[in-house]
Design a binder for this molecule. Structure first.
Ligand code: BDR
Ligand code: CA
Length: 310
């Protein structure tokens, strides 16, 4: 199986992404690294532990990382995810403990231990932990197989230009995008096509305890997009990154140059995606614009469903 580390700030869509990965026989999840984002770090950490317990994976190392961006103040998204970050389902207090050591050091140690080019990083929150690991140990950058991240877009969702994960820590994103690592970017352009449907939510609910949690989270999360944008369902942003690793054929995009705007009066946190190659700069990312929605949701039903069959 493909080895991955998920860097996350759960978040309902993060939760679905983690469960998708844990249910997929194609993947070996080496650990979770947790970052502040949707809610502060103490809450994202507790949520990550609850998700592992729900999946019966108390063996998984879960490391706390950075509590805020490399520069400036933390921006959170309680208005989307609720005060807990995981509103919609009441899970018990976790009994499992976080693993000792900073997330950045776990990333470094794992990348040094595993064969070079064998570990894919899947960041689905702000890129702070990844940038911090690269700052602490520049030697590990070239050991990363690739980074498959959810973030950015040719439009934003926090400002007209900036998507949340990049907006929270543009400095970190700038360093990761300039690192030379092979990048696959799942931006809003694609993830806004990954909309839940009532039928899918009901199918998940019928699976068992894990499916019921997914149904509860997504129906709570859906309310925000329905009320704010009149959307037909909730965009499952983060599962797209995990799904790309399992089945890249579901997605299509183009290798282009993407730069991060770290200043900008109106555009701080923008992923400046040169879709038409206007600047003739070297491509640094596979930028996904489209996906096969039916295939994506079939994959999620099947792989998450396996967690309830064990
Ligand atoms: C991203 O922001 C978060 O709120 C979601 O979990 C996702 O990672 C979407 O912009
Ligand atoms: Ca997230």
């Amino acid at each position: 199986p493909q080895k991955i580390i998920i860097d996350t700030d759960p978040g309902q869509d993060d939760a679905v992404a983690i469960l998708l990965a844990l249910g997929a026989p194609e993947l070996e999840v080496l650990g979770l690294t947790v970052v502040a984002g949707n809610v502060p770090l103490d809450l994202t950490l507790g949520n990550a532990l609850r998700i592992c317990e729900l999946a019966g994976r108390t063996d998984l190392p879960v490391h706390a990382g950075c509590g805020g961006p490399l520069e400036g103040q933390l921006v959170t998204a309680e208005h989307v995810h609720g005060a807990s970050g995981l509103d919609g389902v009441d899970l018990p207090e976790p009994t499992m403990c976080a693993a000792p050591g900073h997330a950045a050091d776990f990333l470094i140690e794992t990348l040094r231990r595993e064969p070079a080019g064998s570990v894919t990083l899947v960041p689905i929150g702000p890129l702070t932990n990844i940038a911090e690991a690269f700052r602490r140990a520049p030697d590990v950058v070239q050991r990363v197989q690739r980074i498959v991240l959810m973030g950015g877009g040719t439009f934003g969702n926090v400002t007209p230009a900036a998507e949340f994960n990049i907006h929270v820590d543009p400095v970190a994103a700038g360093e990761v995008f300039a690192s030379g690592t092979e990048l696959v970017v799942l931006p809003l352009d694609a993830t806004h096509k990954a909309l839940t449907s009532p039928d899918w939510i009901e199918a998940m609910r019928a699976c068992g305890p894990v499916g019921r949690a997914v149904a509860g989270w997504t129906s709570s999360y859906e309310r925000f997009d329905r009320e704010k944008y009149g959307a037909q369902g909730a965009p499952l942003h983060d599962p797209c990154a995990v799904a790309w690793v399992i089945e890249p054929g579901i997605f299509s995009g183009r290798r282009i140059n993407v730069e991060i705007e770290t200043e900008g009066r109106w555009t701080r946190g923008m992923t400046v995606a040169d879709w038409w190659g206007a600047l003739e700069r070297k491509p640094n990312a596979l930028f996904i614009r489209d996906l096969d929605r039916d295939a994506l949701f079939r994959l999620m039903t099947d792989r998450i469903g396996r967690l309830d069959k064990r």
